[in-house]
Design a protein around this ligand. Structure first.
Ligand code: ACO
Length: 323
């Protein structure tokens, strides 16, 4: 059977680091409050010349280099983002052009913080369906552009950045020992849309709008939703938490990550945490974390890696990959 195997991973961050202490001059907050409630110590904020397309392009180039490929080898680009450069065309098409790619096709996916998990699943289906042999999956965001910098309950939580992976079709035996994407579970429930949304859009206000979140409400649902899709993924693959080598969750809040890992029985040393460095970068958070853990030698070929995310909508999902 055909499997979608990860060939390379890359990332890109804006030049400017914003520490918690820098935010103390922007809103009434403190380094101590932010660390204690979220685990975030710093985030990166894009300058005017750094966009979702430019960060996504840089992450894509890094992923291609680590795979030993060029854009000529790619058939499809799937970009997960909620902060596109323009309402249209898709920012994926702009990245395609920036990479000098004139063949194949490219499109954006919008599932907010779950975007990368949705995009990997979509890419896997294109590969297994025979429509693409190699896919560049990118998560790129400039959430700083949609934050209300007067709202301390949201502006301290998010940051900008991009991460990418290259997936390639490879023959597998159809067992959990195969390399590649092994199982996935996606969910959404629009009845929660008022808990986390942007209060603008082309068809309603005609403006970009700002992120609004009932943080406590999101928190309340997060752990249960995350653990549901992960258990579903485990049961599809016939594995348990003990079989995992690495858990790479969406990086929104250290307390949500810790509570999910604890509920699932995933040992602390198997959890990749980068929320302290990047804040919540929405669809970029999982590939950024992957890039860090592959770069420092933690995630190695053959390791069993679980990705998970939950975000606005609500949307949520999990993907199991043998690296
Ligand atoms: N600095 C100081 N105090 C603050 C700040 C701040 N930045 N923000 C809020 N406070 C205050 C509040 O005003 C409140 O004060 P009060 O008690 O006097 O009213 C107090 O701190 C507690 O506020 P809560 O909102 O109850 O704090 P909580 O412990 O719930 O933490 C947080 C807030 C960090 C937002 C948490 O609820 C959370 O992480 N929620 C989930 C976010 C998330 O995971 N989102 C998912 C994905 S995001 C996406 O999809 C785009």
């Amino acid at each position: 059977m055909i499997r979608s195997v990860v060939l390379g991973v890359g990332s890109s961050l804006p030049r400017r680091v914003m520490k918690n202490t820098d935010l103390e001059g922007v809103v009434e907050t403190s380094d101590e409050w932010i660390i204690q409630r979220t685990g975030i110590r710093q985030r990166y904020i894009a300058a005017d010349d750094e966009t979702t397309a430019s960060l996504g392009e840089a992450a894509a180039r890094a992923a291609l280099a680590s795979a030993g490929l060029t854009a000529d080898d790619i058939d499809l680009i799937v970009l997960a983002t909620s902060t596109p450069n323009n309402t249209f065309p898709a920012t994926a098409v702009e990245i395609q052009e920036r990479l000098g790619m004139r063949h194949g096709f490219a499109f954006d996916m919008q599932a907010v913080c779950s975007g990368f998990v949705y995009a990997v699943t979509t890419a896997d289906l294109y590969i297994r369906g025979g429509l693409a042999k190699r896919v560049l999956v990118i998560g790129s965001e400039t959430f700083s552009r949609i934050l209300d910098w007067k709202d301390r309950s949201t502006c301290v939580l998010f940051g900008d950045g991009a991460g990418a992976v290259v997936l390639e079709a490879a023959e597998g035996e159809g067992t959990v020992a195969d390399r590649g994407v092994l199982a996935q579970s996606l969910r959404s429930d629009g009845s929660h849309k008022e808990k986390l949304y942007v209060d603008g859009g082309p068809s309603t206000t005609g403006t970009v709008g700002h992120l609004r979140m009932e943080g406590r409400e999101v928190f309340k649902h997060a752990v249960g939703m995350i653990t549901d899709v992960i258990e579903e993924t485990f049961s599809q693959a016939g594995i348990t938490a003990d079989d995992l080598d690495w858990f790479v969750p969406h990086q929104a809040n250290k307390r949500i990550i810790d509570a999910s890992a604890k509920k699932l029985g995933i040992a602390e040393q198997k959890v990749v945490v980068t929320v302290d460095l990047h804040g919540n970068t929405s669809a970029a958070s999982v590939p950024l974390a992957l890039s860090v853990a592959v770069g420092d030698g933690r995630i190695k070929k053959g390791d069993l890696v679980l990705l998970e995310a939950m975000g606005g909508g609500f949307t949520w999902g999990a993907v199991l990959i043998r690296w």
